[in-house]
Write a protein that binds this ligand. Sequence first.
Ligand code: NAD
Length: 258
Amino acid sequence: MGKLDGRVVIVTGAARGQGEQEARLFRAEGAAVVVADVLDDQGEALAKEIGAAYVHLDVGEEADWHSAVGAAKSAYGHVDGLVNNAGILRFNSLVDTPLDEFMQVVRVNQAGCFLGIKTVGPAIASAGGGTIVNTASYTGVTGMAGVGTYAATKHAILGLTRVAALELAPQGIRVNAMCPGAIDTAMSNPAQLDPAADAERMSQALDELYRKLVPLGRIGRPEEVARLALFLTCEDSSYITGQPFVIDGGWLAGVSVI
Ligand code: NAD
């Protein structure tokens, strides 16, 4: 018995990183999975490998969301789960951020999450209920200089999560958010995208950096976030909705003076 037997879950941004690990774990736990991304070659290859469906979904495009829901229903009959995982990061101080850059991040991170709730929520309701897991961030609950646009959108995701939880509970839909700290994916470790770079060495360097910053002494792994997404999607979290879940190795616990 898998924890997600009979479930049909759309995972956005699933071609790589945390979304990929969520798609793999959800399949292993019995769910039918729709891998959704703008990276079509990588997404299609992953879907083929794990026995999932692939759909091109730019989360900022409302029409793409309707197509994704249609694809999920025609492949598997219904949809009762969504992981809003897709996201982008830009480094800039607030006073140096061009409006176009700000709006680009809002479009993907914030409007993307909103459109997911808006289009997939009714489909989940018509399936009799289910779950939505939104991917916020450590920077959704505290500030971080240099990523103000990103942090603003991740704070907004927590607002969307709480309101969606209130509005969708009567339809049997639970909505929660994950707040990862630093996780070893291409977002934190761009060396993973450069075939000429030594991504493993970069991971070790990141572990060294986070040894000083994070009580648990290392950067997080995408597989660890996938296990939290599983918990929030399966019946183990049946009485939990509207909450942010920090997964950060203790980074937010406080500072040490000794
Ligand atoms: P990643 O860059 O490896 O993955 C992001 C995925 O989102 C990619 O597959 C990308 O193609 C996809 N994507 C980007 N724009 C999209 C769009 N418009 N439509 C659909 N898909 C799109 O990074 P990751 O760490 O796996 O990121 C996953 C989520 O976790 C993001 O929301 C990110 O903000 C969040 N997060 C990451 C970290 C970290 O340190 N890596 C920490 C906290 C939160």
